[in-house]
Design a protein around this ligand. Structure first.
Ligand code: AMP
Ligand code: MN
Ligand code: MN
Ligand code: MN
Length: 281
């Protein structure tokens, strides 16, 4: 089988961040869904990698240790995935610890802000969905607010309250682009711009982002992801070719009930791209 035809899924989340399945369940599901090369990429967290890797190996699934790092670039949140990282690397470990402290403080501020909007108990409620108070994300708040009946769909919680610029949104000083790439490269990994199609940037801002990423030694972008519409696969395939970036593929799976695309179910990369996973086979 050619590299490009392998069923690669290099982006998803476990209950160690804002996914619902434990690392073990997620690895078993990836195997069952026919994934052949798999990465767990929890937000700002590495604690699921050991179990995920062990279960993946038992299942005959090639495992790539990963992480999805929260970055602030030009005052916008951007996600940078690190693949084939060394989870023991001190720079990466300390950098992520620092982000998690900010995440914990930001969650308290979000709870206070939502309280003032008339939604009581959101911090504790979000916490009941999370495994670690330092990994509370907007997803946990959204699950609680949905359960309380404040909205009828998860997406609506983001559209009305938690999306950037909405009344319940609280920003945070995540890592800089330079720091995130520095940690990923220091740990021997490859840096990937996650779901570029999700960022609300002008075309000049997109150029500036990809220029900055390339100038800092960035390696790849996600082309086929559960966070893109099919039309965006071709759009970002063109970006990858234009900038000489490797191309990645990942479902961004969070939960069976919530995610549009399950593990291993995405279409193949468009032709004429270099898959980011070629080097690891
Ligand atoms: P945070 O890192 O705490 O700002 O939370 C970001 C997470 O919220 C992302 O990783 C997604 O899982 C989720 N998210 C962000 N925007 C949306 C949206 N519009 N609909 C559903 N989930 C979203
Ligand atoms: Mn998430
Ligand atoms: Mn993301
Ligand atoms: Mn993700």
């Amino acid at each position: 089988m050619k590299n490009v035809e392998l069923n690669a899924d290099l982006h998803c989340h476990s209950s160690q961040s804002d996914g619902v399945l434990a690392p073990r369940e997620l690895a078993l599901r990836a195997a069952r869904q026919g994934v052949q090369i798999w990465s767990l990429t929890d937000h700002d967290e590495l604690s699921g990698l050991m179990t995920a890797g062990a279960v993946a190996s038992e299942q005959g699934l090639q495992f790539v240790p990963g992480v999805e790092i929260s970055v602030i670039w030009m005052n916008r949140t951007i996600h940078i995935v690190g693949l084939n990282i060394d989870p023991a690397n001190a720079q990466l470990v300390t950098g992520l610890e620092d982000i998690r402290l900010r995440r914990g403080e930001r969650a308290r501020a979000m709870g206070d802000k939502l309280e003032k909007l008339g939604f009581a108990g959101c911090y504790e409620g979000a916490l009941s969905y999370a495994s670690n108070a330092l990994l509370l994300s907007r997803t946990h708040f959204a699950r609680f607010m949905l359960e309380q009946g404040y909205c009828s769909r998860l997406q609506q919680v983001f559209d009305l309250y938690l999306g950037e610029g909405k009344p319940g949104f609280v920003g945070a000083q995540w890592a800089s682009l330079e720091q995130a790439l520095g940690w990923i490269h220091a740990s021997g990994g490859v840096a990937v711009v996650a779901h570029p199609g999700r960022y609300r940037l002008s075309s000049n801002q997109f150029d500036a982002l990809f220029d900055a990423f390339r100038d800092l030694g960035g390696d790849a972008i996600e082309v086929v992801t559960g966070s893109h519409y099919p039309a965006q696969y071709l759009e970002y395939a063109n970006v990858a070719r234009r900038y000489g970036f490797l191309a990645s593929r990942g479902s961004d799976f969070h939960s069976p009930g919530e995610s549009r695309i399950d593990l291993g179910q995405l279409p193949q990369l468009p032709p004429g791209l270099d898959p980011v996973w070629s080097a690891w086979l």
